[in-house]
Design a protein around this ligand. Structure first.
Ligand SMILES: NC(=O)c1ccc[n+]([C@@H]2O[C@H](COP(=O)([O-])OP(=O)(O)OC[C@H]3O[C@@H](n4cnc5c(N)ncnc54)[C@H](O)[C@@H]3O)[C@@H](O)[C@H]2O)c1
Length: 379
């Protein structure tokens, strides 16, 4: 089985980027959306991005033009999938919509066509089982923006064949990305399981300690090796994305996340982060803007409860056979931009101190904080 022709379903934020990345690697792409105007916008963005790369001399103008010419925008679904060996689905994160799209797709795609979903939080197995080919269905989770982010999580569903998983790994490598396998279809996969709960935990940490946003963020950046503070990262990601991910993850597993009401409140108040001009911080416009963080401010907050939270989720992934420490570190480095391995930070703080912190938090705030057996065994 080999892949040359790919159809990308959905030309929004992620879809147009994935199309560009795959076309750059030499694949023939059909980009499909429900209306021509969405495709026009997506093709315009791709052209802008390729021309920018050419003007910076990262690629030649000739290469830019030939990459662009490998992407064909098509509205008609049947026409869009007629030559495809692989379909990457990148439609909005709404379960009912995804199921509807797969029902239509299943009816027109050849029986050997592989279906790969870019879902961030929806269960792969459940979507796969609505199709006639759960063995040829897989999760392929690119990060935003796909043109720049190196990491791709691969998530086989319960019935995905080993051959499809292997082929997907090869495909990810061929588009110059690094694949991390999430061996089980668990809520949040790897990165969102580490990141989303930590945003909520940072809100609790603020309530419990009275520390300022900047103090917490400075500690996250300078003591834990994040590229920016956790509130900054939440504003960058968007409260709509975080709120939606929270609901989906919490629906499937109460242990993964302890939702703080602030996120829902901010979502309802349309304080979505950078894109709306206000999130945890205020921004002068919708352009990317950094918060003033410092090592001095970092000294005012002890981030142990945040480390405890992220580490407990990392340990959960290992204990439950979804990943291992090495792969989690690779994912955290590429997906969250961590400059220091998580378990190294944990050892500096002391795993026994972290376990004690979790036990104290569990006593005051409930079972959610109970330390994972892996952490207890590493004390
Ligand atoms: N935005 C992110 O940061 C991000 C990161 C990783 C993964 N994801 C995931 O990627 C998926 C898409 O997210 P997005 O942010 O690109 O959404 P988006 O809303 O920007 O784009 C979705 C596109 O799909 C189109 N669409 C709707 N129905 C369709 C159909 N039947 N056929 C083809 N196209 C259809 C829409 O018109 C829209 O252009 C979601 O599953 C999301 O969870 C998003």
């Amino acid at each position: 089985m080999s892949v040359k022709n790919i159809t990308v379903l959905g030309s929004g934020i992620m879809g147009h980027g994935i199309a560009q990345v795959a076309a750059t690697a030499g694949y023939n792409i059909v980009l499909r959306d429900i209306e021509q105007k969405f495709l026009d916008k997506a093709m315009e963005k791709i052209k802008w991005s390729l021309d920018k790369l050419a003007s910076k001399e990262k690629i030649t103008q000739q290469e830019a033009d030939s990459i662009y010419s490998r992407i064909k925008p098509v509205v008609d679904l049947q026409e869009a999938v007629k030559d495809a060996e692989l379909v990457i689905e990148v439609v909005p994160e709404i379960m009912e919509l995804k199921k509807k799209v797969y029902a239509e797709l299943d009816a027109v795609a050849g029986k050997d066509v592989i279906f790969a979903s870019n879902t961030s939080t929806l269960p792969i197995t459940e979507i796969a089982n609505t199709t006639s080919r759960p063995d040829k269905f897989i999760g392929i989770h690119f990060f935003n923006p796909p043109q720049l982010m190196k990491l791709v999580e691969i998530i086989p569903g319960e019935k995905t064949s080993q051959a499809i998983t292997d082929l997907t790994k090869e495909f990810v490598k061929s588009v110059n990305k690094t694949a991390v396998l999430c061996r089980k279809d668990v809520p949040g996969f790897i990165i969102n399981r580490l990141f989303i709960p930590m945003v909520h935990e940072a809100c609790y940490a603020q309530d419990r300690t009275g520390a300022t946003l900047e103090e917490i963020d400075s500690a996250v950046k300078f003591k834990l090796g994040f590229p920016m503070g956790i509130f900054e990262l939440a504003d960058f990601t968007g409260m709509d994305v975080i709120h939606k991910a929270t609901i989906e993850m919490h629906l499937r597993d109460k242990k993964v996340i302890f939702p703080h009401p602030t996120i829902e409140k901010m979502f309802n108040e349309k304080k979505l982060g950078q894109k709306s001009g206000e999130g945890f911080y205020k921004y002068s416009d919708d352009k990317y803007e950094r918060v003033a963080l410092s090592e001095e401010l970092a000294e005012k907050f002890n981030p142990i409860q945040l480390v405890a939270n992220i580490l407990n989720n990392a340990a959960w992934l290992v204990t439950n056979g979804a990943s291992d420490i090495e792969e989690i570190e690779k994912a955290a480095q590429l997906g969250l931009g961590l400059k220091k391995p998580l378990f190294e930070t944990a050892k500096e703080i002391g795993i026994s101190n972290i376990v004690t912190e979790l036990n104290n938090l569990a006593e005051k705030n409930g079972e959610f904080y109970k330390p994972d057996p892996l952490l207890v065994s590493m004390k």
